[in-house]
Design a protein around this ligand. Structure first.
Ligand code: HEC
Length: 125
């Protein structure tokens, strides 16, 4: 039977891992791969969202904005996406999306953004 002490040890190992895999600079722009992000979105998000960015796309779930709309929402940033995917929602499932996937999805979303309305970049830490 694992003792409480072992358990606490185990927890701190987990925490240490979380800290080293998500360092402060994890939001640097070179992170993420749009092709991977697209695949991830098709696998995990396309049941509800139109993810391919066509101008006349319609989301399968009419309450869910298309990814093109999301990408062109003023103020939509990597931070905002990360916060959204880590918070609880009423209608959308509460995902646990690892930082790497968030970066991938974010850089993919950037490719759907209309050139004339760039969203502000998140401020560097
Ligand atoms: C089961 C359906 C469903 C799935 C799967 C889903 N979403 Fe959503 N999503 C929604 C709905 C519905 C909304 C809008 C209503 C709301 O605010 O909850 C939404 C809203 C959003 C928003 C907009 C937030 C805003 O207010 O602008 C983002 C960004 C988003 N989803 C990203 C994702 C990503 C990324 C995935 C895949 C990892 C995903 N969603 C998967 C249903 C879904």
């Amino acid at each position: 039977m694992p003792s409480l002490r072992n358990f606490i040890c185990f927890l701190s190992v987990l925490l240490a891992t979380a800290c080293t895999t998500a360092p402060h600079g994890a939001f640097a722009d070179e992170n993420g791969d749009p092709a991977r992000g697209r695949t991830y979105a098709q696998d995990h998000c396309a049941a509800c969202h139109a993810v391919n960015g066509g101008p006349s796309d319609q989301s399968p779930n009419l309450d869910a904005p298309t990814f093109r709309e999301v990408a062109n929402t003023p103020g939509f940033t990597r931070m905002a996406l990360g916060a959204w995917l880590r918070s609880t929602h009423q209608q959308m499932p509460d995902f646990i999306v690892e930082t790497g996937h968030i970066d991938d999805v974010y850089v993919y979303l950037e490719t759907l953004r209309a050139p004339r309305s760039p969203a502000p970049q998140s401020a560097p830490h």
